[in-house]
Each structure stands twice: as structure tokens, then as C-alpha cells.
Design a protein around this ligand. Structure first.
Ligand SMILES: *Cc1c(COP(=O)(O)O)cnc(C)c1O
Length: 417
């Protein structure tokens, strides 16, 4: 590392990353792509900003909660909180007494305040973890009664039924794909029943001749009712009237509700467990809980999401379409001024696998020639191709992304020709 800037970078990023960038630049020099004297410069240009291969992207796909792009972006408050907790923190220590303290009590208090309909709350690694914990603690070697219409594949080949049976629980399927009644569940209850599980079909929709059992009818049955609402809405959201929320489910009689923290709640990856105190405590005391508990970074980011200003996921959902149109028109006009075939276009965005399947959110996009797709992706701007054009959908971005978006399109202009 003769070049002091490379030595500096090695101090920041580690030697291995810098060595590999130098190696790649030397190869380019041997191949005659760059002059030998430009190796250090080329290596510096290739260095990542951080010592990780995870790179920030701008999600202009119009899918608000894109699992491949990290689901909910954290609020500034949550980012700051997790950075502050990244060193040593009083995660299980009482600063007042100097003794061991309860882990994550501030985060759990914030969750409880946000959903007082629950007697008790707990947090684990993700919603899948919450379901595994519930199935293990309440139904190992017993039966979980579930509708045939709610045997959901979450994504990436992972299927909820497989996850549940992996715990040793048996599934007792009731009803049909399109219709399941409270009577179907009632008829399946027996001495082996662990609980009834209701799963929100969060990534598909069945229309037509359908029936699902109401929560209050299932709650009246004499076995625990666990409801997986998926998206993590704690209270109803008028923008998504069909999306279930924890408060409504608990008030209707659900004994436990599970949800993700990184979907519509807008927080870090996490699994929320809300409901009856005895059941929540039972899950909390199960040995498996220890394998699913969250770290200080999650506790910090989740608490800041709950206590802090509205997170981006909620802002993106509620931004009036006229504000998106104004941004699209301003950006398109500016880009057109640089001789780019850019137009403002009306379009529709979606919430994504995280919830509200089939709900179209009115949106606005910058429409560009499709040839911009690859050069923009190289600059970590991800859009979508529609009718032969590249759309940069602004609903899944924030106003702070406009500057970087514009710069990326301008920089892509040369690559485009
Ligand atoms: C997303 C989702 C899950 C999985 O949640 P993770 O937090 O990703 O583990 C489970 N059930 C439903 C209904 C979902 O929507």
C-alpha cells in the first residue's frame, strides 16, 4: 500500500478489501484497460464506502415493502438509536442500582403503549420466529387447527405449514381453499387441539365465492386463538381498510397476535407477540425463546420506531398523490432540460408482500427509455419496466431521494447512448 490514500482506506475498511481492489486494478492494467500509473487511482475508485457487501439502494420499484430490498427503511430516529446502541449499552443493566435489569424493558413498554389492547407483549427475531415459538410452546405433539385457505407460502420457497410442522405440531386442516366457517373449526376441536391459527393471506387474494370465519366467532370457542396478521399494523389504518391490525384482533377476542416489525410498522426485522399475559409469559419462559431473542440493535431501532416520528413506510403510504406528481413533474422537466427523454407519468404502486394484496396505491413516476435500467441499477437505483419504459416510482422513495435520483439519471445518460 505505497499510496497513503490506500493505506488510509485499509485502516478504515480492512486490508483484505483494499488488496482485492488493488488486485483488480492491477489486472486491468495488465489487460491494457488502464495505464500502469493509474492503478492506485482505479483501486480507490472501486473501493466500497463501507466494509460490507450490503449496499444502500434507492427503491423506485413502487413496491413499498420490498423484501429483496430490505423491507421497511428505518426512520432517522431509528437509525440514530441503533448507532447509539452499537457500542456497549444498558440492554440488561439497571444504571440506577448497578444490578442486572430486565432486557429490552423500554422497547416492550413502548410496544405496550402503542397497543394497550394487549395484556402483555414480547419481541423475537421475526414473525416466523414468533409462530415457531407459539407452535412449540402451545402445540408441540398436538394439533394446530388451520384453514385450507390460509396455508401460505411466505416467499423464497418458505411455507408456513412446513414451518409449523417442523416444531412437532400437527396441522389439522379445515374448510376449503375458498370457504371456511367457524363451524369447520369447532368441529375439529378435540383433546389434541393446541390452538386455532388464523393467518392473514398477506401476499395474495381470493375473490368470488369465499367465506372466512370471523375472529369473534373463533374466540368464543374453547381453545386459544392465535392470529398472524402479518403486516404489523397495531391500530387500523384508513388507507388500508382491509388490512388487519393487532388492536382490532385483540378486542375481537384473539388470545395472541403475531406480526412482523419491518412491514407496515416500519421498523427493523422483528416478530411481535401481543396478547394474553399467561400465554405471552409461557412463550417467554420457553427455552426456545432464548434462540429467538433480539439483539440490542433491534431493541433500539424498534423502540425509536414506536416512540419517534412517523417512519418512512407510513409516510410513503399516506403521501397524497399530488405531492408525488409535483416531484415527478419537477424531476422530469429538469431531466428533459438535459436532453433526456424523461416524462412524468401517473402509475400505481403496491404495498408489497408485506401486506394489502391487490390494493393499488395511486402514484407518480419518472418515465425513461428502458435503456436506462442497467446503468441506473449500476448506480443502485432500482425501478421497474412497464410497457417498454423504465419507471422510477416515487411512492416508494422520499423527497430526500430526488437529488440522488436526478444525479443518477444524469450520470446514466452517457451510458445510455
Ligand atoms: C411476512 C409474513 C410472515 C413472515 O414474517 P417474517 O417477519 O418475515 O418472518 C408470516 N406470516 C404472514 C401472514 C406474513 O405476511
Amino acid at each position: 500500500m505505497a499510496d497513503p490514500r490506500l493505506a488510509d482506506a485499509a485502516g478504515r475498511l480492512g486490508r483484505a478489501i483494499v488488496k482485492s481492489a488493488v488486485g483488480a486494478a492491477q489486472q486491468r492494467a495488465r489487460d491494457g484497460e488502464i495505464p500502469p500509473g493509474a492503478v492506485a487511482e482505479a483501486a480507490l475508485a472501486e473501493l466500497p464506502e463501507h466494509a460490507t457487501t450490503l449496499r444502500p439502494v434507492i427503491n423506485a420499484t413502487g413496491v413499498l415493502l420490498h423484501t429483496n430490498l430490505g423491507r421497511a427503511p428505518l426512520s432517522d430516529a431509528a437509525r440514530a438509536a441503533l448507532t447509539a446502541a452499537a457500542g456497549c449499552a444498558d440492554v440488561e443493566y439497571d444504571l440506577a442500582t448497578g444490578r442486572r435489569g430486565p432486557r429490552g424493558s423500554g422497547t416492550l413498554a413502548a410496544l405496550h403503549e402503542a397497543c394497550p389492547a394487549a395484556e402483555a407483549v414480547q419481541v423475537v427475531n421475526n414473525n416466523a420466529g414468533a409462530l415457531v415459538l407459539a407452535a412449540t410452546a402451545l402445540a408441540a405433539d398436538r394439533e394446530i387447527i388451520i384453514s385450507r385457505g390460509e396455508m401460505v407460502e411466505i416467499g423464497d420457497g418458505f411455507r408456513l405449514p412446513d414451518l409449523l410442522t417442523a416444531t412437532g405440531a400437527r396441522l389439522r386442516e379445515v374448510g376449503t381453499t375458498n370457504r371456511t366457517t367457524a363451524g369447520d373449526y369447532a368441529a375439529a376441536i378435540g383433546p389434541a387441539t393446541g390452538f386455532i391459527l388464523k393467518v392473514h393471506p398477506s401476499n395474495f387474494r381470493i375473490e368470488g365465492f369465499t367465506a372466512a370465519a370471523p375472529i369473534d366467532a373463533l374466540a368464543a370457542l374453547d381453545v386459544p386463538l392465535v392470529v398472524d396478521i402479518g403486516s404489523g399494523l397495531l391500530t387500523p389504518d384508513q388507507a388500508l381498510p382491509d388490512e388487519p391490525d393487532a388492536t382490532t384482533m385483540l378486542n375481537a377476542g384473539a388470545d395472541l397476535v403475531t406480526a412482523s416489525a419491518d412491514k407496515l410498522l416500519g421498523g427493523p426485522q422483528g416478530g411481535l407477540i401481543l396478547g394474553r399475559r399467561d400465554l405471552v409469559n409461557h412463550l417467554r419462559r420457553h427455552p426456545l425463546y432464548r434462540a429467538l431473542r433480539v439483539d440490542k440493535l433491534t431493541l433500539a431501532a424498534l423502540e425509536a420506531t414506536l416512540r419517534g416520528p412517523r417512519p418512512p413506510a407510513s409516510r410513503m403510504l399516506h403521501t397524497p398523490v399530488r405531492a408525488l406528481r409535483a416531484r415527478a413533474e419537477r424531476l422530469a422537466k429538469d431531466l428533459a432540460g438535459h436532453d433526456i427523454d424523461a416524462l412524468a407519468a401517473d402509475t400505481t404502486a403496491t404495498v408489497g408482500g408485506g401486506g394489502a394484496p391487490g390494493v393499488d396505491l395511486p402514484s407518480a413516476a419518472i418515465s425513461l427509455p428502458a435503456t436506462f435500467e442497467a446503468p441506473l441499477r449500476a448506480r443502485r437505483v432500482i425501478g421497474r419496466i412497464e410497457n417498454g419504459r423504465l419507471l422510477l416510482d416515487l411512492r416508494s422513495t422520499g423527497p430526500a431521494d430526488d437529488g440522488p435520483l436526478q444525479a443518477a439519471v444524469l450520470a446514466s445518460k452517457e451510458a445510455e447512448v
